[in-house]
Write a protein that binds this ligand. Structure first.
Ligand SMILES: [Zn+2]
Length: 229
């Protein structure tokens, strides 16, 4: 059994952007883990306190993970105040080691949101620390083989999709699960469900499938061996 970890800056990021692939992996028998570095509580709707919204987001992230038979972790870093620190990168590394993660899905490097930029750098360093046998921690290194950047509407600058997945069979499960999140249908700022559903249709069309999801990879990882021609 493989373990797939999706890391998001706020509750909703991982579930909306990596959720289709998580749903497909869950259906294939893999274990999925979502790690939300903040609960996104500062996006509280009118009439709801940030503390109430935090609790709602924690519960909805858990409901999403439950539907995929996975695990949800939401940290209490204040929303909007996620900054890079080695301490936090090592804390993410410890989650990767605890769950013996083999694939990590996370934020692209560029974003309009400072928390997303911090989340990307934190996760990249955490992957390094989690994989390095000589970086001594209480738990053994994680067998991380793959790291993919998720397609997030807030992280579009310089994002070039590269790895595509057919998620046609997983789409209904993802849609049911993602509806557990307040953001999906009630956000005043952005039509999340409309955007991510449309994106899945569009990415699917490009690979001649019903629904697709696409991820970016680092330029240095783009190479193929052609032998023979
Ligand atoms: Zn976010």
């Amino acid at each position: 059994m493989k373990t797939i970890l999706a890391v998001g800056a706020h509750t909703g990021d991982a579930q909306l952007t990596s959720g289709l692939l998580l749903a497909r992996c869950a259906q294939a028998g893999d274990r999925i883990v979502t790690l939300d570095l903040t609960a996104g509580e500062r996006g509280a709707p009118k009439g709801m306190s940030t503390e109430e919204f935090r609790q709602q987001n924690i519960a909805s992230a858990k409901a999403f993970a439950d539907m995929l038979g996975g695990v949800s972790i939401v940290w209490d870093t204040p929303d909007g105040e996620l900054d890079y620190s080695k301490e936090l990168a090592v804390k993410i590394c410890d989650v990767m080691r605890e769950y013996q993660v083999s694939t990590v899905l996370y934020h692209w490097k560029n974003s309009m949101h400072k928390d997303h930029i911090a989340a990307s750098r934190l996760t990249t360093d955490a992957i390094f620390y989690a994989s390095l046998p000589t970086f001594e921690r209480p738990l053994p290194p994680a067998p991380i083989r793959r790291m993919l950047y998720a397609e997030n509407w807030e992280d579009s600058e310089g994002f070039v999709p590269y790895a595509y997945f057919d998620v046609s069979e997983a789409f209904p499960l993802w849609k049911d699960a993602v509806r557990k999140l307040y953001l999906t249908e009630h956000s005043r700022d952005f039509k999340y469900l409309q955007y991510y559903e449309g994106l899945a249709r569009m990415r699917g069309a490009l690979i001649k499938k019903e629904y697709g999801t696409a991820f970016a990879i680092d330029d240095y990882a783009k190479r193929i061996v052609m032998d023979p021609l």
